[in-house]
Design a protein around this ligand. Structure first.
Ligand SMILES: *[C@@H]1O[C@H](CO)[C@@H](O)[C@H](O)[C@H]1NC(C)=O
Ligand SMILES: *[C@@H]1O[C@H](CO)[C@@H](O)[C@H](O)[C@H]1NC(C)=O
Ligand SMILES: *[C@@H]1O[C@H](CO)[C@@H](O)[C@H](O)[C@H]1NC(C)=O
Ligand SMILES: *[C@@H]1O[C@H](CO)[C@@H](O)[C@H](O)[C@H]1NC(C)=O
Ligand SMILES: *[C@@H]1O[C@H](CO)[C@@H](O)[C@H](O)[C@H]1NC(C)=O
Ligand SMILES: *[C@@H]1O[C@H](CO)[C@@H](O)[C@H](O)[C@H]1NC(C)=O
Ligand SMILES: *[C@@H]1O[C@H](CO)[C@@H](O)[C@H](O)[C@H]1NC(C)=O
Ligand SMILES: *[C@@H]1O[C@H](CO)[C@@H](O)[C@H](O)[C@H]1NC(C)=O
Length: 896
């Protein structure tokens, strides 16, 4: 219900325009476990600004629920599991009832409910109105957030008097003067110019200067009035901006940080800058990050610590003040905005905050470079930044064009929203980090995590964001150069926890076979992959691989691996992943002409078979991947364990997490992307394999809420049933994804969850790490992919398209006008060359794509994986690699 109403509301807006950003709903996945960041950011932008909530699921800052809002902050991650990430440097407007001490400083105390239905966002912008009527909006450039706070209906009894104009005094001023002669605010007096001949109005003109030797004429008081006893003036409400240094979303501040105050060259602007130290949300150690906040129209400033128990007035002087350590938590600054400023600016205050991972100075420099002085305080300035951001998004999103004729709005919204989220992370902080100063290589943060993103997000970049992908590959190789291994996960400059295999190897292989070359030293790339495979790190929880020695000796990662250096779990899923990672190494080695190395790794990529236990049965099927001990015995694990029907939440990254990571043996037993032909054989041949896939989905063992669940939906192509792929993909998509805050089945993981929607909509899915796309059926009648580097456009064109209602099965296909019968294609035969793939759709399954020669490649059947590499110096794989037959099948001693 909610879902339908939601879609209608959004479409009313979207229908009017044709730009991709008009269709993006940033709120998809902001509840129900999606953990999506719905705020303002640019593609791969360092700054991601949004209102932070107190809700449980605030990993991405904002949550679509009824929880309270504590401020707007400039740093977030998108769609992550783990503890909430970043969220420090919150700024929150507040109307205090009197002087600063009446303000609420602690995040729990200043938190305010939202006004439901006022949440609004589009690429580059986020806004919301609070229950107290205050409005928060934010827009961004790469390293800077510009917040706009509107104090609707804010009034003090003190009117605004433009400088140089004489205004009649108010009753209050008059009373105040009566009560305490000469006690007039400095700013009031400064604003009032003496005017000797000022016309007396209903009330007399004001004193030129308080305490002047020329006392003003005073109104004659009625003689009957008794001289009033002086009463203190009633407290004036004050418009205050609270800045919180210490409260990141995970409450990880431990007394390391500093603040300093100054004024800038801009009139009335107070600058507070500084840094804080916090704990990464899914990684080791701690990190520091720097900010530079400019607040205009400031009347007075105070610093608070311990939630206000320690309180001091700040005298901001020109330039940079002294840096003062902040050892207490619940600390920050308060800015009272001059009512005069508010009146002049529609009750609106803009604040500008630059963020840097390198220094305070850089944070301030970003602020002034990206949103220059003199161009950020006005309403129209905000609009300029906002429009520029939106244009940047449309430029990137617009590299893909879809024809939406006969397509439901829900499909269009889900598609563009998913595309959009694919580009939120990793974040480009090239040149803005303190990690290694001997390097000019690009640096990207928030690879969070590659275990999730190598499957869909990075393959998408090899199509639509090739320059960025090249920089990311360089950044990863540079991490290897400096730390010794490739990471599986990094965030907040820190090493993150490795989830399974060393999937950066497969990420690199994927880019390599898709001709991502710009600026990359692929020689170093290959060496980094081989390091992962051969050198055991001291702490393999954050990089490289575990169990290298045992795996080499036994042909699998044993349950009871005895190499110290990290958490000994996930032995079965790691074995499968390492095997596939090795396959990627072999592909790259072969392209370099390193035949022996290629052979070695092709061979190693077979060792998953050592975990195949033909005796294990489940739901009428036999033969499953099972964990195994050093002594060769299998450990018996119910193949359904970790699936939605059994122990679904038992298989995370903790000591009791078991031998399969975040998916069941049912699901992992299908994970042999490089040699599905062998997996099909082990499962009893193609018909039985297809039956098994059906059972897998129909019995509820499949989990689309986690990334290993993507590829299985397309595996029917290996079983010669591409029609069933179409059915399955549509079924999974329709049952689990929809445009609405609850519209994602799991953590978005930096856009990965949405990546399934993206490729399902394209009508082909990448077997990440190979140059292979499995064809399903597109959800749009025509799609084009523009490659700005090559100046080519690849196109998918359908015939008979009816929104996959009846005509969803491929009847025949052509590539560049020539009959095309394979149910897969290679990257370079489509994208690199700007090809046209035509698909004729009809209501009934056909024989298209079902012959043996039409099936996707597998290592054991001599398949083609490398696309462009084949002709370019690398020989066709099978002709060069003779896999030592039988060796991989040979059971280790003591088995079975
Ligand atoms: C209170 O704040 C002042 C100024 O920031 C600081 O010098 C002092 O150490 C603080 N006191 C405590 C108990 O933290
Ligand atoms: C602040 O520090 C005190 C003392 O260490 C602690 O009890 C309190 O929970 C902390 N508050 C927050 C919000 O972390
Ligand atoms: C006041 O707000 C309106 C929009 O509500 C805007 O168009 C106008 O430019 C604003 N004026 C100033 C001085 O910011
Ligand atoms: C990444 O950031 C650097 C430094 O700002 C910039 O030169 C580069 O173009 C950015 N990369 C992309 C893909 O935008
Ligand atoms: C192939 O791998 C197996 C382990 O899976 C190993 O025992 C064998 O020595 C390897 N063969 C070659 C030629 O590297
Ligand atoms: C192999 O080791 C496991 C774990 O130590 C043990 O449970 C099992 O009984 C052993 N199998 C054999 C055949 O010794
Ligand atoms: C790109 O290709 C189009 C047509 O395919 C052509 O008109 C245009 O000149 C090309 N641009 C460049 C920069 O080569
Ligand atoms: C690979 O990329 C390079 C550089 O962008 C380009 O010149 C070359 O044509 C590409 N090769 C293929 C097969 O697409």
């Amino acid at each position: 219900m909610l879902h339908a109403a939601w879609a209608v509301a959004l479409v009313a807006v979207a229908g009017a325009h044709g730009l991709p950003s008009d269709w993006v709903d940033p709120f998809i996945g902001t509840t129900n476990g999606g953990h999506v960041f719905p705020g303002a950011t640019l593609p791969f932008g360092s700054v991601k600004a949004v209102a932070d909530c107190t809700g449980n699921e605030n990993q991405g800052g904002f949550v679509w629920d009824d929880s309270l809002i504590t401020g707007v902050s400039p740093l977030h991650d998108d769609g992550t599991g783990g503890s909430p990430s970043l969220g420090q440097f919150q700024v929150m407007p507040q109307v205090c009832t009197g002087e600063f001490k009446t303000c609420f400083m602690r995040s729990s105390e200043r938190a305010v409910a939202r006004r439901k239905g006022t949440e609004r966002a589009h690429p580059g912008y986020f806004g919301i109105t609070l229950d107290n009527g205050l409005e928060l909006e934010t827009t961004v450039t790469s390293h800077v957030a510009l917040h706009r706070f509107t104090f609707h209906d804010f009034k003090t009894k003190r009117p605004y008097t433009p400088p140089g104009v004489t205004a009649p005094p108010t009753r209050r001023q008059q009373d105040a003067e009566d009560a305490v002669p000469g006690d007039v605010d400095g700013d009031d007096t400064a604003e009032v110019t003496p005017t000797p001949q000022s016309t007396p109005g209903p009330e007399p003109s004001v004193s030129p200067t308080a305490g002047s030797t020329n006392p003003p004429s005073r109104p004659t008081k009625p003689t009957t009035t008794v001289k009033p006893t002086p009463t203190p003036p009633p407290p004036q409400p004050s418009a205050v901006i609270v800045f919180d240094l210490t409260e990141d979303l995970a409450h990880s501040y431990k007394g390391q940080g500093a603040l300093r105050y100054g004024t800038t060259s801009e009139l009335g602007v107070v600058r507070v800058s500084g840094w804080g130290q916090y704990v990464p949300s899914f990684g080791a150690n701690f990190y520091r990050v720097y900010f530079c906040l400019d607040v205009p129209g400031v009347k007075s400033v105070a610093q608070y610590q311990m939630g206000g128990r320690n309180f001091s007035t700040v005298h901001a002087t020109p330039g940079w003040g002294a840096s003062e350590p902040i050892r207490n938590n619940e600390s920050g600054a308060l800015f009272e905005i001059d009512p005069a400023y508010l009146h002049k600016h529609n009750n609106t205050v803009h604040t500008r905050i630059g963020v840097s991972w390198a220094s305070e100075k850089a944070a301030c420099a970003f602020a002034e470079e990206e949103i220059p002085n003199g161009r950020w305080e006005m309403w129209s300035d905000f609009e300029v930044v906002k429009s520029a951001g939106r244009r940047t998004w449309d430029d990137l999103l617009g590299l893909v064009e879809v024809s939406t004729d006969r397509v439901d709005n829900d499909v269009i919204i889900d598609f563009w929203s998913s595309m959009y989220r694919s580009y939120i992370s990793p974040t480009n902080i090239t040149g803005d980090h303190p990690l290694w100063d001997d390097s000019d290589e690009p640096y990207y943060d928030s690879f969070y995590c590659i275990w999730d993103s190598f499957r869909v997000v990075h393959p998408l970049y090899t199509i639509t964001a090739r320059a960025a992908q090249a920089e990311m590959v360089r950044a990863l190789i540079d991490v290897w150069r400096h730390r010794g291994w490739l990471p599986d996960c990094r965030m907040s400059l820190a090493p993150g926890w490795t989830q399974g295999g060393s999937n950066a190897d497969s990420l690199l292989a994927d880019s390599f076979v898709k001709n991502i070359t710009k600026g990359i030293d692929w020689n170093a790339g290959l060496r980094s992959m081989i390091t992962d495979a051969t050198v055991t790190p001291g702490y393999w929880d954050v990089e490289g691989r575990s169990a290298i020695t045992r795996r080499k000796e036994l042909g699998y990662v044993p349950v009871d691996d005895d190499t110290p250096g990290g958490l000994v779990t996930r032995s079965a899923s790691k074995t499968l992943e390492y095997a596939f990672n090795d396959f990627g190494i072999a592909l790259v080695a072969e392209a370099f002409g390193l035949e022996d190395t290629a052979k070695e790794y092709y061979n190693a990529s077979n060792d998953w078979k050592n975990l195949w236990n033909p005796k294990t049965t489940s739901a009428g099927f036999s033969g499953f991947i099972q964990p195994r001990y050093i002594n060769g015995s299998f450990m018996e694990v119910d193949p359904r364990h970790c699936s939605p029907v059994l122990g679904h939440l038992d298989c995370f990254l903790n000591a009791g997490g078991g031998e399969f990571y975040e998916a069941s043996s049912w699901e992992y037993s299908f994970f042999v992307p490089h040699d599905m032909a062998t997996a099909v054989d082990l499962m009893g041949g193609r018909p039985k394999f297809v039956q098994r896939l059906d059972a897998f989905f129909d019995e509820g063992f499949h989990d689309i809420g986690d990334e290993p669940g993507f590829l299985p939906c397309f595996l029917y192509n290996y079983g010669a049933r591409p029609d069933k792929t179409v059915d399955r993909v549509l079924k999974v998509l329709n049952a689990n994804y929809f445009p609405g805050p609850a519209g994602l089945p799991g953590n978005d993981d930096s856009g990965a969850m949405g990546g399934f929607v993206v490729f399902a909509s394209f009508g082909f899915f990448p077997v990440a790490g190979e140059s292979v796309y499995l064809i399903s059926a597109p959800l749009f009648p025509a799609i084009s992919f523009f490659d700005p580097e090559q100046n080519t456009t690849a196109r998918v064109i359908t015939h008979g398209f009816d929104g996959t209602k009846k005509n969803k099965y491929i009847q025949r296909a052509s590539l560049n006008g020539r009959d095309f019968t394979r149910n897969w294609f290679a990257h370079d035969e489509f994208f690199g060359v700007g090809a046209t793939l035509e698909l004729w759709l009809g209501p009934r399954p056909t024989k298209w794509g079902t012959r043996l020669e039409d099936l996707p490649p597998s290592m054991s059947t001599g398949g083609k994986f490398m696309g462009m590499l084949e002709g370019a110096g690398a020989q066709a794989m099978l002709s060069t690699v003779k896999l030592p037959h039988g060796s991989a099948h040979r059971a280790p001693p003591g088995s079975l």
